[in-house]
Design a protein around this ligand. Structure first.
Ligand code: SF4
Length: 450
């Protein structure tokens, strides 16, 4: 083998929340790119192929090429002088970088939010209200004989969830893989995932809550009016059959996606599903897990929770963390025009937020960190080029089942990591603020007057 070729076993794909850690990567060290990614799905292969090292400036400050140090100075000035800055993104970077972002938000009395607020935020709210009967994906692989996918399309969004864990995978108590499992899919339309299912329930749009509540009632032996079919599209007989299967199974798993949480009912939907899993534990073992999108969005939830007590949408302007989705979530802050600066880490809100939020982003100074030049990078006053986590940067990420995984990078990048850039910004902001923990403008009015 040539000196310029390196094989990296047990590498991790951080493209989606499955965080598959069985990649075998072939690296062309001369051209700094991955030429082969064994075990990756089609999405993973594209991820590895697209993340070679590009020839880009280390930073752009007001559109001009700059060094990372110059970018850090400009970013620190913006944050130190902002009255109400927001820090957003964080689902595609390491836990180490996420931790520094929390420290900056705390120091400047700003707002901290992650992409969870636009995906499984409702699950985070529901979880706080009723808890979660949880499991690792390995446990589901080894034990689950009934798997119900609700409001998601893993065949296209998380391809290896089926093969590695939940459908065809062979486990300790599921030695025949697919033959040992009954697969149910609940969705408002047929998708490429539908053919995988033994039973497909096509619910009418915006009636997930009613279906879940009817299932809860049936599990508890209550009567359900047959008119449920007109309302939801699912007959009482089909619901009764599903309840019988759920009670009968040895180990059941409910895996749910954004079709449930970004829908009418939101956290009520997620809460109903989590409560259904809890109810079923009166009869058998049942677990429920959200299927997460970005590679380390689960890490973002964990890091923000362990540091602030809340998973996303956290505000530090009173000097202590407060949680209020709708008030402190980034789309809402931007759409209302509340914030006067934004630090965006490994995310591209300028390409996927509502127009009113994007318009406000264009009016305020934005600092962005990303390996690619994104739409957000293009409207940023300071745009850093950073190395890609998992491919160039070591660290920790959390799989969608809250299992932490250590990254094994493939090759070095000339660009700094998100953690390095954020640490430099944090240190410089601290210097600029002197002894003041918060910028004067961030103090509550009463405290500023007294
Ligand atoms: S399922 Fe997700 S983590 Fe696994 S290889 Fe595919 S894109 Fe990567």
């Amino acid at each position: 083998m040539s000196d310029n070729v390196r094989i990296v076993p047990d590498a991790t794909c951080t493209f989606c929340g499955c965080v598959c850690d069985d990649m075998i990567l072939t690296v062309d060290l001369e051209h700094k790119r991955i030429t082969k990614s064994e075990n990756a799905c089609v999405l993973g292969k594209a991820w590895f192929k697209e993340h070679g090292v590009e020839d880009r400036p280390f930073a752009l400050v007001e559109g001009r090429e700059a060094t990372t140090a110059e970018g850090v100075e400009a970013a620190a000035q913006i944050l130190a002088n902002a009255r109400f800055p927001v820090i957003y993104g964080l689902s595609d970077t390491t836990c180490e970088a996420q931790r520094v972002a929390v420290a900056i938000a705390d120091m400047i009395g700003g707002n901290l939010d992650t992409t969870t607020s636009v995906c499984h935020g409702p699950t985070g709210i529901a979880f706080q209200g009723g808890g979660e009967s949880t499991a690792s994906l390995g446990e589901i692989k080894n034990r689950a004989d009934l798997v119900i996918f609700w409001g998601g399309n893993p065949a296209e969004a998380h391809p290896r969830l089926f093969t590695r864990y939940a459908v065809t995978a062979k486990g300790m108590y599921t030695p025949n893989g697919r033959k040992d499992r009954t697969i149910v899919l609940v969705d408002v339309r047929r998708t490429p995932s539908t053919p995988v299912a033994d039973i497909f329930l096509q619910v009418k749009p915006r009636t997930d809550f009613e279906v879940l509540w009817a299932l809860r009632a049936l599990v508890k032996g209550r009567k359900v009016d047959p008119s449920i079919e007109q309302r939801t599209g699912i007959s009482l007989a089909v619901l009764e059959d599903l309840v019988a299967r759920m009670k009968r199974c040895r180990y059941g798993a409910l895996l749910f996606g954004m079709g449930l949480t970004m829908n009418r009912g939101r956290h009520f939907n997620a809460g109903a599903l989590l409560a259904l899993a809890t109810d079923l534990n009166e009869f058998t073992h049942f677990v429920a897990k959200p299927v997460r999108g970005h590679g380390n969005v689960t890490g973002a939830d964990n890091v923000v929770s362990w540091q602030t007590g809340f998973p996303f949408g956290v505000n530090f302007s009173r000097g202590y963390p407060r949680f209020n989705p709708g008030e402190f979530t980034t789309v809402d802050l931007l759409a209302r025009g509340d914030v006067d600066a934004a630090l965006i880490i490994a995310s591209d809100p300028a390409s996927n937020f509502p127009q009113a939020a994007i318009e406000h982003l264009k009016r305020i100074p934005v600092i962005s960190l990303d390996p690619k030049l994104t739409h957000t990078g293009q409207i940023s006053r300071v745009a850093f080029t950073t190395a890609t986590y998992g491919i160039n940067v070591p660290g920790t990420v959390y799989r969608m089942d809250d299992v932490p995984i250590t990254l094994r990078p493939a090759f070095d990048s000339p660009y700094p990591s998100d953690e390095q850039v954020l640490s430099a910004i944090r240190d410089r902001v601290r210097e600029l603020l002197g002894g003041n923990r918060l910028p004067v403008g961030a103090l509550p009015a009463a405290a500023a007057v007294s």
